[in-house]
Design a protein around this ligand. Structure first.
Ligand code: HEC
Length: 132
């Protein structure tokens, strides 16, 4: 067997190894991109609801303002108050350990209509607003 053809077969094998190596690299890059892209889409989908207004906001807005700055004198402003504080107060109204001192039973009835998820969502919304 002539030396030249052995050499070219060897070169061919090296070429094949290189092609395999690079296509593997290419595949892993494509895979990484797919993983990255789906991670971005997934995080955008998870993040989306936080930009939407809470489902029950309209009820509260009548007295506390859409942005938690109450339009009615004597009604508390909720904007910028600590989220944990708001959650605690709503739960206190809900289980009657806090009585509404301004409009008898109003906040107790309001809170009783809220689920834990509503309380969490509304408290997060109001605490994120700027007090005026
Ligand atoms: C009809 C008017 C009215 C509506 C509707 C209303 N609130 Fe209130 N809310 C009040 C008043 C008045 C108080 C003050 C009660 C008190 O001090 O005893 C209050 C108190 C609160 C407090 C306690 C604030 C603090 O600083 O301790 C929270 C929290 C609250 N409301 C959240 C809500 C949420 C959430 C909703 C909607 C589901 C809502 N309110 C709907 C009138 C209203």
């Amino acid at each position: 067997m002539p030396c030249g053809s052995d050499f070219s077969r060897l070169q061919g094998n090296i070429y094949l190894i290189k092609v395999k190596k690079y296509s593997g690299l290419l595949r892993s890059l494509v895979m990484k991109n797919i993983v990255l892209t789906s991670a971005l889409i997934a995080s955008a989908m998870i993040a989306a609801p936080t930009f939407a207004a809470p489902a029950k906001l309209a009820v509260c807005a009548a007295c506390h303002g859409q942005d938690g700055n109450s339009p009615i004198p004597g009604y508390p402003t909720l904007a910028g108050k600590d989220k944990a504080y708001l959650v605690e107060q709503l739960n206190a109204f809900k289980n009657d350990t806090r009585a509404d001192a301004v409009i008898p039973n109003n906040m107790n009835n309001q809170a009783k209509a809220l689920s834990d998820a509503d309380i969490d969502e509304l408290s997060a919304h109001f605490s994120a607003q700027a007090p005026k």
